[in-house]
Design a protein around this ligand. Structure first.
Ligand code: FES
Ligand SMILES: [Fe+2]
Length: 450
């Protein structure tokens, strides 16, 4: 059971209600080659948007990768392992089996996988910044290899737009300078740092100081990006509404119920977004990787658990004998153990609603954005039911400290995985991997593997 130190580090709870134990997140970029100097602002197909910033052309045929479509009962060998690639195989076979990314064929395959991954990712909403980090000065962000500039319109902005967030592709159409190096004027337009052309939040060029009074053709415009502010984050979708795969996932406890919550610090990982989500939902590693926090090294066995799939979620529940991450050890040298009821709800493709991790009536949100096909930016929030924990502010310092200790080894693991691209890998699955396997299957069905 949680001790007083931990409770005070998290939130003060109401008497008589047990909060359980805190558990938390368990959890190459491609170069830009800018397209035409002047780009039409009108809605364009997704492929045009990606082409605008130089991403590879989305593939239309699946690359030669393999993975199971369902959890194998007891696989005797890695899925997709070629016949005859056994112990006595040639050195090349061994090398190819272990380092599946080697050689030009693998390079071509990786490029195809990356193109598919980015094209699929671009059809969803992803966070691009914490809302608190976007103010009057332009902020640079990255999403699916697309550089973005974000800013918050000032109170003086006309048209009822005061205080709202705007986003453009971070490139001035005049001489390809990043607009994020400029400034926002009193009317809420971003001005380029090179010649001070002004662009509004829709991308329209509204002032060319070198030619005052002249009509500015509509053709002179920066690329607008749709943004929304919710759950403490700024979200963006690179696709036009017609190409959007699904609406932005809602986090009802924050957006609708206004539970007190904390928005954690943001992390950049050199890993693929899909790998991070899978790690966050990997039950089997708790008792191995997280024994310095909540992992219980006396219970490594994972009981069978069902996985549910809905149109946009993959879900599973699991009860785990967690160790209190902040309790002092008892006379036997061990910290107290209590059951944590994890409720996983993966909001496809890269967000996770996780109930119970920081105690009953709490939700931990892990939302990762693919900054490129093989890098990610990780956001997290924690929300607490005021009926249980009161409606006072969340003590983010204590929460952040514990979560940092949990995220750290996960980051090391995900960044170490080779191949980095999950759909380039031939890997073994066991029954306890059911949630991760179902997640991979869902991503495949949505086109993330091509
Ligand atoms: S490069 Fe932006 S105004 Fe000239
Ligand atoms: Fe973990």
């Amino acid at each position: 059971m949680a001790n007083g130190r931990w409770r005070s580090a998290r939130r003060r709870r109401r008497p008589g209600v047990s909060p359980g134990l805190l558990l938390g997140g368990n959890t190459g970029a491609t170069g830009l080659a800018y397209g035409p100097l002047v780009t039409i602002v009108d809605p364009a197909p997704l492929a045009d948007l990606l082409g605008y910033v130089g991403a590879a052309t989305p593939i239309t045929t699946a690359p030669p990768v393999s993975a199971p479509s369902a959890v194998p009962s007891e696989p005797a060998s890695p899925d997709g392992q070629p016949a005859g690639a056994g112990r006595g195989g040639a050195v090349n076979s061994v090398v190819n089996a272990v380092w599946a990314t080697g050689g030009s064929a693998a390079t071509d395959r990786d490029a195809a996988l990356d193109a598919a991954f980015l094209a699929a990712s671009a059809r969803y909403w992803h966070p691009v910044a914490r809302a608190a980090d976007v103010g009057a000065a332009p902020v640079r962000a990255e999403l699916c290899d697309v550089p973005l500039v974000l800013w918050r319109r000032p109170a003086s902005a006309p048209g009822g737009a005061a205080g709202t967030v705007a986003a453009l592709v971070d490139r001035c159409p005049h001489r390809s300078v990043p607009l994020s190096g400029g400034q926002v004027d009193a009317d809420g337009r971003v001005r380029c740092p090179y010649h001070s052309w002004a662009f509004d939040g829709a991308g329209a060029c509204v002032d060319i100081p070198q030619q005052p009074g002249q009509k500015i053709p509509d053709l002179i415009a920066a690329r607008p990006v749709r943004v929304a502010e919710a759950a403490g984050l700024v979200w963006a979708c690179l696709a036009d509404e017609a190409d959007e795969a699904r609406p932005r996932p809602r986090f009802g406890e924050i957006e609708d119920l206004a539970w007190p919550h904390y928005v954690g610090t943001v992390q950049n990982w050199n890993g693929q977004a899909a790998r991070q989500v899978e790690n966050f939902c990997d039950i089997g590693h708790f008792s191995v990787l997280h024994t310095d926090t909540f992992g219980n090294d006396e219970v490594l066995a994972v009981d069978p658990y069902p996985v549910r799939r809905t149109e946009w979620t993959v879900e599973a529940d699991y009860r785990y004998p967690s160790v209190n991450p902040v309790a002092e050890p008892g006379p036997d040298g061990r910290r107290p153990v209590g059951e944590t009821a994890f409720q996983y709800r993966i909001e496809l493709p890269f967000a996770v609603w996780l109930g119970g991790a920081t105690g009953p009536s709490t939700v931990l949100f892990s939302v990762c954005a693919p900054t490129s096909a093989t890098t990610l930016r990780l956001y997290w929030m924690a929300a607490f039911d005021p009926a249980v924990y009161g409606d006072g502010p969340v003590d983010g310092v204590g929460l952040q400290a514990v979560e940092d200790r949990i995220w750290a080894p996960d980051k090391v693991i995900v960044e170490s995985q080779r191949p980095a691209r999950v759909f380039a890998a031939d890997e073994i699955h066991r029954a306890f991997d059911a949630l991760g396997v179902a997640y991979r299957k869902a991503l495949r069905e949505l086109g993330f593997a091509g």
